[in-house]
Design a protein. Structure first.
Lengths: 593, 326
C-alpha cells in the first residue's frame, strides 16, 4: 500500500493502514484526521459534510466495506484526554468491515451540542436504520432523511436520552416511580401498533389484513420480543420487529462500575454465552492496560469459551427442533448441557454466568482432576450429536419445514450485518477465529463449517458441525494445556497476583488500589472483536484514565439479525417465521443489552 | 299402563347397564390418559413426569380435576357467550357419542346400528364445529387462526377418511360394525385393506388433532390455537375431548382393521383382546407425538389431496375389482 498512496501522504500517521492511505489519497490529508487507538481498528475523523461521501466511497471502493458492523455515539463533553482529536460535544462513529479485505475501519464524526444532526446512511447500508434509531433514542442525535426516526429501546413515552453524561445512572437520583391509571393508559396506548406509521395498508380493495402481535409473550419469540405481522390469511405480507423489552442499560452501567466489577454484567449480555462475553471484554481491557497474558491463560480461556459455544448451540438445537414441533430432543439435549455445566461448575464455580475471566488472567487455576471431567465430556458429546443428526435433522418433516425456508444470500447477509453461522450458512467462509486469530485460537486445529443454501435448515446443520469442531478444540486444550501462571504479572492485573503483596511496598500499594478503587486504565480507546456463539461480538472501550470506563459500546450479533427479519420473511407463512426465528438463534438480552 | 313382560324389562335394563358401564369406562380411561400420557412421554424422554401425588403419581388426575373445578368459570367479555359455551360441549361429546357403534365383545356393545360407520362419519364431521365455534366466538386472533387451520385441515382429511373405509364396507357388504368384526374371523382387514388402514390411521390422527397433525393448536406458532381463551372446566372439556377422541378412534381402528375382539384363547377373553389392541393404538398415538415434528399445514393438505385421496381411490377400485371377479 505504500506504493499506492501518493508521495504527499506517505509517512503521515495512519498511512501504514492501507485503507487510511486510500482515504488520504482520495480525499486529501486535510480532510481526514487520523486518531491513534490502542485497538487494531484504524480510526479517522471526518467532518459532517464529508461523512456521507467518505462512507459512500468505502462502500463502493474496490473490495468494498460492505458491512456496517456498528454505528453508535459518544458523549464527549466530560472527556478530559482528547489530545489529537477535533473538538466535539458528541461523536457518531461508524465501524465498517470488509470481508474481502478482512479489514475494518472506524469513521468518526464530531458534532456540536447545539447542532446535533447529520445525514442518515440508511441509503448506503440498510441496517443503519436501527442503529440510527438507537443513537437518536439514547443520545438525541438526529439523522436527517431517516425513514422513521423513533425511539428503539426506550418506550415511546420516555423523557430524555439516557446515554448522555448529564442523565443520571442511578435510580436513586430519580423521583420514586409511580403508575396511575392515566399513565398506564398512556403507556399502553403508546404500544398500540399503527400500520400507517410504518407505511402499511390496512387492507386491499377486497379484504382487510390481520395485524397480529407475535409477542412480547409468545412461546416462540425466545424472550421478550414483539413482532407485528401484517397477515393475509397466514401469509406474512410485511412485519415490524419491536425490541427494547429486555433493555437494561448495560452500556450505561459500564460507566459507573469499575473495570473489574463490570465483568459479571458482561455474562448477562448474551446470557447463553457465559464466559465468552467476558473474553471480548477482558481482551479489550487488556489492550488498554497493555497486558500480555500467559499461554496457560489463553488455553484455559479458549477451552471455557468453546464449552460455552457448545452449551449455547445445544440450546439452539433443542429449541429449534421444538419450534418445528419435535418435542423430545430438547430433554436429551438438556441432559448434555447439564453435563457441560457440571464441568464448567467444577472449574469456575458458576454455571450459566461464572464471570470467571479476569483482567490479565482467570479467577483461579484449574482444579485438580479437571482433565478427567473434560475428557469424560469430550468422549460423551460426539455420539450424542450423531444421534440428534439422525433422529431430528434428517427427519423428513423437519426438512420439509426448513429447507428453502427463510433463505437469504451472502450479499443480503452482509448488507444487513449478519455474522456468525447465519453468514457462513450462505457460503461465506468468515470466522474471526481463523480470519484474524485472537487470544490463541491460531494454535488450534479446527475447521470452519460452511453451507451454501442460506436457509433455516443449513443454519442448524452448520451449528451441529460447529459443536463437533468445538469438541475438537477442547480435546486439544486437554492434551496440550501449558504449565505456568494463571494470571499475568502486571500491575493492572485485577486482582493482582498475591504472592509478592506482603513482600514489598510497591506491590502492596498497587494491590490495595486495584482491589479497593479498582485499577486505573490508561487513557485511550480499545476494541476487541470475537467470534462469539451467535456471531461477531465486540467491546469498544473508551478510557479517560479513570477507575471506570468513559464509554463502553457493546456490539452484539443478535441485534442486526433481528433487524433483517422483515426482508427475509415477506411472503412466507407464520409457520415459516417460527422456523426462521428458531434458526436465527438470538437471545433478547443480546439484542437489547 | 302397559308394562313390558319382566324378562324383556330385565333385558332392557341389562342393555342400558352395559351401555352405561362401557361409556363410563371410556370417559374415565380417556381422563386418565392425560396422566398416562405424561408418564409415558416422560419415560421416553428420560425424565420422571408427574410422580408426586400418591404412589407413582396415580392421584394426579383427581388433583387436576379438583384444581380445574375450583377455577373461575371465566368467559372473556369480548367473546360471544352462547357459542363460546357450546364449543367445548361439542368437542367432548361428538366423538364420544360415536363410541356407541363400537362392539367390544360378542355380547357387549352399546348399539348395533346398521348405519354404524355412517354414524361415525357424521359425528366426526361435527367435531370441526367445536373448533370453528371456539375460534370464532373467542374473538381472538390466535384462536381464529387456529380454527381457520382446522377448517382447512378438515376439508382435506374428511374426504379420504370416508373413502378409506369403503373398502372394508365393500368387503363386508355392511355398514354395521358387528358385521364388520365378524367378517374378520378368518383374516383381519389390515391385510387385504392395508392401504385403507394406513390412510384411515392418518385421518384418525387428524380428526383428533393429535401431533403431528395438531396444527389448529400448534403451541409454538399459535399459543394454544383455538382454545387460547378457555380456562377451567370448559378448557378441561376440550382436553378430555381430545383423549376421548384418541380412545374412540383407537377402538374403531381395532374393530375395523385388527379383528375387534378376536384373539387366541377362550371366548371370555374377547374384552381383553379388544382392550389390548385399543391400547396398542393409544400408545402409538402417544409415541407419534414424542417422535415427530409438525408439518406445515399446506404440506398436510397437499398430502391429503395428492397422496391419501388417490391411494384410497386406488384401494377402492382394486377392492371392487377383486370382489367382482370372485
Amino acid at each position: 500500500m505504500g506504493e499506492k498512496s501518493g508521495a504527499s501522504t506517505n509517512g503521515l500517521p495512519g498511512s501504514q493502514h492501507p485503507v487510511i492511505a486510500e482515504l488520504f489519497q482520495r480525499f486529501g490529508a486535510a480532510r481526514i484526521q487520523y486518531q491513534e487507538t490502542l485497538g487494531a481498528v484504524p480510526t479517522v475523523w471526518v467532518s459532517r459534510q464529508d461523512a456521507t461521501a467518505v462512507l459512500r466511497y468505502l462502500r463502493q471502493a474496490p473490495k468494498p466495506y460492505s458491512m456496517l458492523l456498528d454505528l453508535h455515539g459518544v458523549d464527549e463533553r466530560l472527556r478530559r484526554n482528547r489530545a489529537g482529536m477535533p473538538a466535539a460535544d458528541f461523536t457518531v462513529f461508524y465501524h465498517l468491515l470488509s470481508i474481502e479485505r478482512n479489514s475494518d475501519v472506524r469513521i468518526k464524526v464530531a458534532l456540536a451540542a447545539n447542532d446535533l444532526q447529520l445525514p442518515t446512511v440508511t441509503g448506503i447500508w440498510p441496517n443503519a436504520n436501527w442503529y440510527e434509531r438507537e443513537v437518536w433514542d439514547l443520545f438525541g442525535i438526529e439523522f436527517k432523511g431517516h425513514p422513521h426516526l423513533v425511539r428503539l429501546l426506550m418506550p415511546r413515552t420516555w423523557q430524555g436520552h439516557p446515554l448522555r453524561k448529564d442523565y443520571p445512572a442511578r435510580a436513586t437520583e430519580f423521583d420514586p416511580f409511580t403508575l396511575d391509571n392515566a399513565k398506564q393508559d398512556l403507556e399502553q396506548e403508546s404500544l398500540r401498533f399503527v400500520p400507517e406509521e410504518w407505511g402499511m395498508a390496512r387492507g386491499t380493495a377486497h379484504a382487510d389484513y390481520m395485524f397480529l402481535n407475535l409477542g412480547p409473550n409468545h412461546p416462540s419469540a425466545h424472550g421478550a420480543f414483539r413482532i407485528v405481522l401484517q397477515l393475509d390469511g397466514e401469509e406474512i405480507v410485511d412485519c415490524v420487529p419491536d425490541i427494547g423489552y429486555h433493555h437494561r442499560g448495560a452500556e450505561k452501567m459500564a460507566e459507573r462500575q469499575s473495570w473489574h466489577s463490570y465483568i459479571p454484567y458482561t455474562d448477562r449480555i448474551d446470557y447463553l454465552g457465559g464466559v465468552m462475553n467476558n473474553l471480548a471484554y477482558v481482551m479489550a481491557v487488556e489492550q488498554l492496560a497493555g497486558i500480555q497474558v500467559p499461554d496457560r491463560v489463553k488455553t484455559i480461556r479458549i477451552m471455557m469459551s468453546e464449552f460455552f459455544r457448545i452449551t449455547s448451540h445445544l440450546l439452539f438445537l433443542g429449541t429449534y427442533i421444538q419450534d418445528v414441533g419435535g418435542m423430545s430432543p430438547i430433554f436429551f439435549i438438556f441432559t448434555d448441557r447439564m453435563k457441560a455445566y457440571d464441568v464448567i461448575e467444577a472449574i469456575t464455580g458458576g454455571r450459566m454466568h461464572p464471570a470467571w475471566f479476569r483482567i490479565g488472567g482467570v479467577a483461579h487455576d484449574l482444579p485438580e482432576g479437571w482433565d478427567k471431567l473434560v475428557r469424560d465430556f469430550v468422549e460423551w458429546m460426539p455420539k450424542r450429536l450423531d444421534e440428534y443428526d439422525k433422529a431430528a435433522l434428517r427427519n423428513g418433516i423437519l426438512r420439509s419445514r426448513t429447507i428453502g425456508v427463510a433463505k437469504y444470500n451472502s450479499a443480503q447477509a452482509i448488507e444487513w450485518g449478519v455474522t456468525g453461522p447465519g453468514l457462513r450458512a450462505t457460503g461465506v467462509d468468515y470466522d474471526l477465529r481463523k480470519a484474524r486469530p485472537y487470544g490463541g485460537w491460531e494454535n488450534f486445529e479446527f475447521e470452519v463449517p460452511v453451507a451454501n443454501n442460506g436457509d433455516a435448515y443449513d443454519r442448524a446443520v452448520l451449528r451441529l458441525e460447529e459443536m463437533r469442531q468445538s469438541v475438537k478444540i477442547i480435546r486439544q486444550c486437554l492434551e496440550n494445556m501449558p504449565a505456568g501462571p494463571y494470571k499475568a504479572d502486571h500491575p493492572l492485573t485485577t486482582p493482582p497476583p498475591k504472592e509478592r503483596t506482603l513482600a514489598d511496598i510497591e506491590t502492596l500499594i498497587s494491590h490495595f488500589v486495584g482491589v479497593s478503587w479498582g485499577p486505573v486504565m490508561p487513557a485511550g480507546e480499545a476494541c476487541q472483536l470475537i467470534e462469539a456463539t451467535k456471531g461477531i461480538n465486540s467491546y469498544y472501550l473508551t478510557s479517560d484514565a479513570a477507575t471506570m470506563s468513559y464509554r463502553t459500546r457493546i456490539r452484539t450479533p443478535s441485534f442486526p439479525h433481528l433487524q433483517q427479519i422483515p426482508s427475509v420473511i415477506r411472503g412466507g407463512l407464520v409457520a415459516d417465521l417460527i422456523a426462521y426465528l428458531a434458526s436465527i438463534d438470538f437471545v433478547m438480552a443480546d439484542v437489547d443489552r | 299402563m302397559n308394562l313390558l313382560p319382566l324378562p324383556d324389562l330385565l333385558a332392557v335394563g341389562a342393555a342400558i347397564g352395559r351401555a352405561v358401564v362401557l361409556l363410563l369406562i371410556v370417559v374415565l380411561f380417556a381422563a386418565y390418559l392425560s396422566f398416562i400420557e405424561r408418564r409415558v412421554l416422560a419415560l421416553w424422554q428420560d425424565r420422571y413426569g408427574p410422580n408426586r401425588v400418591g404412589p407413582f403419581g396415580i392421584w394426579q388426575l383427581p388433583a387436576d380435576v379438583i384444581k380445574m373445578l375450583f377455577k373461575e368459570d371465566w368467559i372473556p367479555p369480548f367473546a360471544d357467550r352462547l357459542t363460546f359455551i357450546i364449543a367445548p360441549v361439542i368437542a367432548m361429546s361428538a366423538l364420544f357419542i360415536s363410541f356407541v357403534i363400537v362392539p367390544v365383545s360378542p355380547t357387549w356393545g352399546v348399539s348395533d346400528m346398521n348405519i354404524g360407520i355412517l354414524f361415525f362419519m357424521a359425528m366426526a364431521g361435527l367435531t370441526v364445529y367445536a373448533v370453528l365455534f371456539s375460534g370464532w366466538s373467542s374473538n381472538s386472533k390466535y384462536a381464529l387462526l387456529g380454527s381457520l387451520r382446522s377448517a382447512a385441515q378438515t376439508v382435506s382429511y374428511e374426504v379420504f377418511m370416508g373413502l378409506s373405509l369403503m373398502g372394508v364396507v365393500a368387503q363386508t357388504g355392511s355398514f354395521n360394525m358387528r358385521d364388520i368384526v365378524e367378517a374378520q374371523q378368518g383374516m383381519w382387514f389390515i391385510v387385504p385393506q392395508f392401504l385403507g388402514f394406513v390412510t384411515f390411521l392418518m385421518a384418525a390422527i387428524a380428526v383428533t388433532h393429535r401431533s403431528p397433525f395438531d396444527l389448529p393448536e400448534a403451541e409454538q406458532e399459535l399459543g394454544a390455537g383455538y382454545h387460547t381463551e378457555y380456562a377451567g372446566m370448559k378448557w378441561a372439556m376440550f382436553f378430555v375431548g381430545e383423549y376421548v377422541g384418541i380412545v374412540v378412534v383407537s377402538a374403531l381402528l381395532t374393530a375395523l382393521f385388527l379383528g375387534g375382539w378376536y384373539g387366541p384363547g377362550p371366548e371370555w377373553l374377547a374384552g381383553f383382546w379388544f382392550s389390548i389392541k385399543t391400547l396398542f393404538f393409544v400408545m402409538l398415538f402417544i409415541l407419534l407425538r414424542a417422535a415427530l415434528p409438525r408439518p406445515r399445514y399446506d404440506h398436510l393438505m397437499a398430502a391429503g389431496w395428492m397422496v391419501c385421496l388417490p391411494l384410497t381411490l386406488l384401494n377402492l377400485l382394486v377392492t371392487g375389482a377383486v370382489l367382482l371377479m370372485q
